[in-house]
Structures are given as C-alpha cells and as structure tokens.
Design a protein around this ligand. Structure first.
Ligand SMILES: [Zn+2]
Length: 400
C-alpha cells in the first residue's frame, strides 16, 4: 500500500521514501515506494516525471493499492531514496486541472450543463458538456470562471465518508464509494477528485476556451489555463502579426481580407483558364508546325513551361484536331503532369501509352484511346518525352 503524499500535500515536490517492491512493468524496471508525491495517470490527468535519487521516473502507474514508478534504471528493495517531482510539469497539470473544475462548475451553475468527461493533453485539454453550448453561453461561462480565478479563492482538500458526502452539494455523483476526497473551491464548487490542484485559484492565471465543436448531442470545449494560455496567446500573436504585415490590414479585418483574396484568386484562375484556352489554339499551330514524322504519325512532344493541367489538356486537344497528329505534352518540372491526345488517322492508344509511362516513371492517370492524362511522374520531362518517343516509334513502325 503506497501512501500518497499528493492527496494531502499537493505542493510537496521533495520527499524521502523506501523502496518496498521492485518489478518489471512494460519492459521497464519499476519500483513501489512506501510513500510517494508522484501522481500516477488517472482521472484525466497525466503522470508526474522527476527523479528517485539518480534514477529518472519516466512514467507513473496507478494499480489501486500501489503506485508504480517506471524508471530509467533499477532500484533495490530497501533502498532509501529522495524523490523529486518535476515542478514545472506538475504546476502545469495543477493549473489545467483546477481550471477544469472551475470551468465545469461555471457551465453547471449558470446553464445546468454538466461535464461528462475531461481529458488533459500535452498542449490543450478538453471537457465534454452534456448539452449544446453556443458562443454566447461559452463567453458568459468563461467570464464567470475567470472571475473566480481572479478572486483568488482558496482550494481546499478534505476527506469525508460516503454518508457525509450525500449531505454535501457535490457538483456530480461520485463515481466510487467509501471514503471520498473532496476538492472545494471556496463558495463555488465541491467535487470528489483524486487529482492535484493549486492552493488558491489565482495560481491558475487565466482560463481560455480556444475551440468548441458539436459532439454526440453535446459540446466538446478545448481550453488552456495558466502557462498554456500565455503560450497560445503568443502563438496567435505571432500568426496574426505575420498575416497583418503581409496583408497590410488591422487584425480585426483579417477574415474579410482573406475572403477577398480567395475570391480574387478564384476569378484569376477562371480568367487564366479562359486565356489559356484561347492561347492553346495558337500554340498548338506552332507545335504542329514543328512535328516529327514518325511512321504514319505527326508526333508533337513538348515540355510546356507555365501551363497547368487544364491548359495542357486544351493544348493537346487543339493539336489533335489536326489529322495524323499525336500530341504528348508535359509540365516543365517533376512531379510531371502529362496529357496525350491523338487526332484522326493515328492508331496509337493514348491510354495504353500513358500506362506504359506511369509503369516506368511512377505517378497515376488514365484515359481513353483518344485522350489520356496523368500526374506525379517522377523524372525529368525530357526523359519522359524521350521514352514516349521510343515507345511511339515501336508502336507505329510497320511490322517487318
Ligand atoms: Zn480534480
């Protein structure tokens, strides 16, 4: 049975203990101590890290009666060790966890919206609310919660029997019986919880909801507290500053500025497409004029700089309007886009020719005997076009 120091003294980060049992857990050396300040993963809160003497604690597992410390090197039964919990990580967990109690209490008291689950991630945490919560409700609850933080209320721990608990205004039904550990935020919230919490709400600093999504008839809120709130503010500041500088608008004007850019880009793509189609007619004349005669076909092969796939297709189709023309056009750099089109009087199957090329150079694509297109071919365009010319020479040459 491990005595859990963090149950009564969550600010204890240094303690002395004796190794009472050693074992191998998840292929790692592990130790059980007579007492520990290390918090094991449970109740949505991750484990503490730190050291036992010269050995690193890399994970902490709750086995009910015992807390198992997974170690970087083995310890021996009877070893007397000084344990040291990594405080930065612990304080972060305490900020997120106590912040969660307050945020959940705010939704429960203001909107009768219960929290059904809590998860603390490495960057952000989530609570799942039983009922939907709109942006206005979230804003109100977050303001309430931060008010409680700024009032720097005491957060106290006490142990009560199951019987006593029934007479107390617990926010939610305890999930276990027997003696209960209650966390009370003075005058605001009482919850049964085994986690670690700050001593006064001011240590949470700030509670910020940074995302909300509908989930199974309720709402999943993503939130950050304390140091994480500062980090996310810095992240948003850097992102917004970068956009504001590039777009020369005020931060509040960013959404409409991005919308305008997207709409302009759509118009430009449309007009570029129309121009390419018109240009394709003239460019196709030039290409057909320089065609190579291979067997019975007039072979047009070219790597086209500045033409997208739609343009290449228009160009190949325009070239193939000429009798006897087989047009094989690619983009100018890998990964290569390719379009193959044949005019009347050409027997080469464009789809098969493309398949032979993708077999050789990778990428994908397909089409009919008259027109085929592909992309992602991984070679220099000149090599692909040379291989295509060799294949065509074999296909159109009369049988000996
Ligand atoms: Zn808690």
């Amino acid at each position: 049975m491990t005595s859990r120091i963090y149950y009564t003294d969550p600010s204890c980060v240094m303690f002395e203990a004796v190794v009472s049992r050693t074992l191998v857990h998840d292929d790692r050396p592990a130790a059980v101590l007579d007492r520990t300040a290390f918090y094991p993963t449970s109740g949505g809160q991750p484990f503490d890290t730190g050291r036992l003497g010269n050995v690193n604690v890399v994970d902490v597992v709750d086995l009910g009666d015992e807390v198992i410390h997974l170690l970087s090197a083995p310890l021996a039964v009877g070893d007397r060790v000084v344990g040291e919990v990594e405080w930065t990580r612990r304080l972060d967990h305490m900020q997120q966890h106590t912040g969660q109690h307050i945020l959940s209490a705010a939704f429960a008291s203001r909107f009768d919206n219960a929290t059904v689950s809590f998860h603390m991630g490495t960057d952000v945490s989530t609570i799942d609310l039983a009922k939907p919560a709109g942006a206005d409700e979230i804003a109100v609850a977050v303001r309430d919660a931060n008010q409680i933080v700024w009032e720097n209320r005491a957060v106290s721990i006490r142990f009560v029997s199951e019987d006593e608990a029934t007479r107390l205004p617990l926010r939610k039904e305890p999930s276990r019986g027997g003696q209960l550990r209650l966390i009370e935020i003075d005058g605001y919230d009482v919850s049964a919880c085994g986690g670690t919490h700050v001593a006064r709400t001011g240590a949470i600093g700030m509670i910020a909801v940074i995302g909300a999504e509908k989930l199974r008839g309720g709402t999943r809120l993503t939130f950050v507290c304390g140091g994480r709130a500062l980090q996310s503010l810095e992240m948003y500041r850097d992102a917004v500053t970068g956009c504001v500088r590039t777009l020369s608008v005020l931060p509040s004007e960013l959404p409409s500025a991005v919308e305008r850019l997207q709409s302009e880009a759509r118009d430009l793509r449309k007009s570029a497409g129309r121009l390419q189609e018109q240009l394709a007619v003239f460019e196709a004349e030039r290409l057909v004029g320089g065609a190579d005669i291979v067997g019975s076909a007039r072979l047009v092969t070219s790597a086209m700089d500045g033409w997208d796939t739609v343009g290449l297709k228009a160009l190949a189709a325009a070239a193939a309007r000429h009798e006897g023309v087989l047009a094989i056009l690619t983009s100018s750099a890998p990964p290569v886009a390719i379009v193959i089109a044949r005019g009347t009087g050409v027997s080469v199957d464009a789809g098969r020719l493309l398949k032979a090329l993708t077999d050789k150079f990778g990428g994908r694509g397909g089409g009919k005997p008259e027109l085929a297109q592909g992309g992602g071919l991984n070679a220099a365009p000149v090599d692909i076009l040379n291989a295509a010319r060799d294949l065509v020479a074999v296909l159109v040459s009369p049988a000996p």
